[in-house]
Design a protein around this ligand. Structure first.
Ligand code: SIN
Length: 330
């Protein structure tokens, strides 16, 4: 009799476990960079804080170095529910929306502090919604660094780019910017860039210091020119279906955690760039070419004509808001 009573409780017990959400919600976070970069560190920190604050309710799995998806594949993977979080480089949104092409305009921002001011302001926050009608939700921005150019020859002036094959992210702005200079831009995924440099399929590339250092690009190039010509950073995105389907308290806690991680990533990105640059310089190879103000002015002059093609679609007032954020930077 006792056994029969106990057995009759088993289905109820199982039902209660399921109904109380005993299985944790799994968030798979896919990204393409190394773990010791600002994005890699941010992703791992997010995982750690979720583990601490939402124990048993949410489990985060991080997949770095394009182990699951490349940046062009991750958008579909998010919509299909195969992953729940990604932070593609802003240049990778070019195929989805024109609004974010703003971030690729060369010599738009003076430094990371200017980018942060812009992103924290009204226009920057509005751009977080650029993908709302495509099924995505922008959760925040993470910075990496300013871009420099590495190559297998010294690039002191823009004319040195003539005829050079250069790996770029799949951005129309970046492609046109280099075409203007007589270079041959090659759109390639990040995961294939090292191999393309090693096999000399391309002669150079542009990236942040931390991406160059963590991928070992510097071991395959003879020179790096400190153009600091554009911003490389990320938009943290999820699918609207996933995000809106979360229990409200879990969603609220995740938002709090993301806000904390975002502040931490912002606080350490510039220092990470400084350290990785120093490590490359200390190794003595490749040669790092620092530009004088006058030389950098020539790069600016050569690259900024590309703005004209994209100003109508990005919007002059959006560009003006970004430029205004430079007040306070050098
Ligand atoms: C990234 O930082 O996520 C990748 C950048 C690149 O494709 O160069």
């Amino acid at each position: 009799m006792k056994i029969r009573v106990m057995l009759s409780f088993i289905p109820l017990f199982c039902f209660t476990l399921i109904a109380s959400g005993a299985e944790p919600i799994v968030i798979r976070f896919s990204h393409v960079v190394a773990e010791q970069t600002p994005k890699g560190i941010g992703a791992n920190r997010f995982q750690q804080l979720v583990e601490e604050k939402l124990t048993g309710r949410v489990k985060v799995e991080v997949f770095p170095r394009a182990r699951l998806y490349n940046d062009d594949e991750v958008f579909i993977a998010l919509l299909n529910g195969d992953v729940q979080l990604a932070a593609p480089s802003l240049s990778k949104f070019s195929t989805i929306t024109k609004a974010l092409e703003l971030y690729d305009l060369p010599f738009l921002f003076n430094d990371l502090a200017a980018v942060e001011r812009f992103q924290g302001g009204e226009t920057g926050q509005r751009l977080l919604h650029a993908l709302d009608d495509k099924g995505f939700k922008g959760l925040g921005y993470w910075p990496n660094g300013m871009r420099v150019i590495s190559a297998n020859k010294p690039l002191r002036s823009p004319a040195d780019l003539q005829g050079l094959t250069l790996r770029i992210e799949p951005s129309k702005v970046i492609a046109e910017q280099y075409q203007f200079l007589g270079a041959i831009p090659v759109k390639l995924s990040f995961a294939h860039t090292r191999d393309a440099l090693r096999r000399e399929l391309v002669e150079g590339q542009e990236n942040s210091w931390s991406n160059i250092y963590s991928q070992g690009f510097q071991t395959l190039q003879t020179n790096i020119t400190e153009t600091n010509h554009s911003f490389q950073g990320y938009m943290l995105i999820t699918s609207k279906t996933f995000w809106n389907g979360l229990p409200a308290d879990v969603r609220g806690e995740l938002e709090t955690i993301l806000a904390q991680v975002t502040e931490e990533v912002k606080a350490q990105a510039a220092e990470q760039a400084r350290q990785d640059r120093q490590a490359i310089i200390a190794a003595g190879k490749p040669k790092v070419i620092a530009l004088t103000d006058e030389e950098r002015g020539l790069w600016r002059q050569a690259m900024t004509p590309v703005w004209a093609s994209f100003t109508p679609s990005i919007g002059p007032t959006v560009i003006a808001a970004a430029q205004a954020a430079n007040a306070g930077s050098r």
